[in-house]
Design a protein around this ligand. Structure first.
Ligand code: GLC
Length: 457
């Protein structure tokens, strides 16, 4: 009788095959992974490119496997494209922006790296998260390899200063959070996420902290470092206080006085109690809480965005108690947030008039699909990482089992549709690289939680 390989092993073998097949080569060396390798052809042409945010998942797997060279070459390739663009006197992009993705152009004589800074991407969005993810991966690489010389390179130091420079930019702002346009991160379409989305704040906090650690303490950098340190502390205090929502806070908002003028008051952002959506009052369990999706003057977006909450736990942006309560929320609302595939990108979905107004009637972001309440396998790894960090291993294992059972059978879809995440996404690519890399990384973290040190607080 033929003995069948255990499910976990076959799933991981399959995931590794996909990851290997996605490698992109430049001058004979692997420098990235294509976002998808769908045999039927990807949903959009740029899925054949290497996205910075997507590669971070592959990169962490490579680091855990000791394949530091690939990650190093990726970091330098993305930097080469960035430096070239910023060195061009005619470019008009923001000085801190790195490309969303890059591709390798072949002509008769040479190969060339070509970045997309938002000029080709659907919706032409500025990828504000790229430089933040790049910084996190750089620091993970130095941490894994001990190669401090990499961080000391002049071009790497220039890029770290691009992160610090975000603290000195001339936005018309009074908050310590970073203001970005719609679609500036993983949610790269219109979804009502303009302003101060949580995911960007968590990434900004994590990357700023790492950049401050590795940027050289020269007299020339003194001003930027001081600004960065101040911003880091203000950002953490502000997020912990104003983005936090639990029942007690919800009751306070429900009874908020409004129109408070002057230096003091309890409702500094003038949030109107009437803006509390009906669903949240019933949905929020007593022992739980989370960071809201967005906050600005007169505006609190009560939607739960998974990645921002999980990264906030990982980077130490939440208090320990807040982290515990976010994990309790996921446990108590398992059916809504995990369901048949970890994890829902945001909850709940926008529908009706809100969907029409906030997405611009985007059919790809129909209710409970894609960014608008779809389930994304790539979010398994931050879930597992945050659960392990908060001492909730059983929850991490349960989520892993759900994903490992289904993903190889379904051929690694990009996302799932439906309230419970039971259907393969209508326009989802198959063979999506970060779905496979995410499962491998989640498995590695479960096997060896000391890997969490690659993304330290
Ligand atoms: C989609 C996703 C984005 C991802 C890209 C490549 O555009 O919204 O987050 O980076 O696909 O997978």
């Amino acid at each position: 009788m033929v003995r069948r390989a255990p499910l976990k092993t076959t799933a991981l073998d399959d995931a590794y095959r996909l990851l290997d097949a996605s490698l992109m080569f430049y001058q004979g060396r692997p420098v990235g992974t294509a976002a998808a390798n769908d045999p039927k052809g990807p949903a959009a042409e740029n899925y054949r490119e290497c996205f910075i945010r997507d590669f971070v998942v592959s990169g962490l797997v490579f680091l855990a496997d000791g394949k530091v060279e690939i990650v190093r070459d990726f970091l330098l390739a993305a930097l080469e494209v960035t430096e070239r663009e910023h060195g061009n006197p005619e470019q008009t992009i923001h000085p801190s922006v790195m490309p969303a993705s890059f591709r390798i152009r072949h002509d008769a004589l040479a190969e060339r790296l070509e970045g997309d800074f938002g000029e080709r991407a659907i919706g032409r969005v500025a990828p504000v998260d790229s430089v933040l993810w790049w910084t996190l991966l750089l620091c993970a690489t130095v941490q894994a390899s001990g190669d401090r010389a990499l961080a000391a390179r002049a071009d790497v130091q220039r890029n770290l200063k691009r992160v610090l420079a975000l603290c000195a930019n001339d936005a018309f702002e009074v908050y310590p959070t970073l203001m970005v346009p719609d679609g500036a991160f993983m949610v790269d379409r219109r979804m009502g996420v303009y302003g101060h989305p949580l995911e960007i704040q968590a990434l900004f906090y994590g990357a700023l902290r790492r950049a401050l650690h590795y940027v050289e303490r020269t007299p020339e950098n003194r001003r930027l470092i001081a600004l960065g340190e101040q911003r880091l502390a203000n950002l953490r205090d502000y997020l912990r206080r104003f983005y936090w929502l639990d029942l007690q806070r919800l009751s306070a908002i429900h009874r908020f006085p409004t129109e408070e003028y002057g230096g003091t008051g309890s409702n500094l952002l003038n949030i109107h109690p009437e803006s509390i959506p009906e669903w949240v009052t019933e949905w929020l369990p007593e022992e739980a809480g989370y960071l809201v999706g967005n906050l600005g003057p007169g505006r609190m977006d009560f939607r739960f965005f998974s990645q921002g909450n999980l990264l906030a736990i990982l980077f130490g942006l939440t208090t320990v108690r807040q982290a515990t309560r976010i994990m309790s929320l996921i446990e108590a609302r398992w059916g809504d947030l995990v369901g048949a595939m970890p994890l829902k990108l945001c909850f709940p979905a926008l529908s009706g008039e809100a969907w029409r107004l906030l997405t611009g009637s985007d059919p790809k972001n129909a209710p409970w699909s894609y960014h608008n309440g779809g389930n994304w396998p790539v979010l398994l790894w931050p879930l597992v990482a945050a659960a392990l960090k908060s001492g909730r291993r059983p929850l991490a294992e349960r989520a892993f089992e759900v994903a490992a059972e289904r993903l190889p059978q379904d051929r690694w879809p990009e996302y799932y549709d439906g309230k419970g995440g039971r259907l393969i996404g209508r326009h989802a690519n198959l063979c999506q690289t970060w779905s496979a890399a995410g499962l491998i990384l989640a498995h590695k973290l479960l096997e060896d939680p000391s890997l969490l040190s690659l993304l330290p607080e």
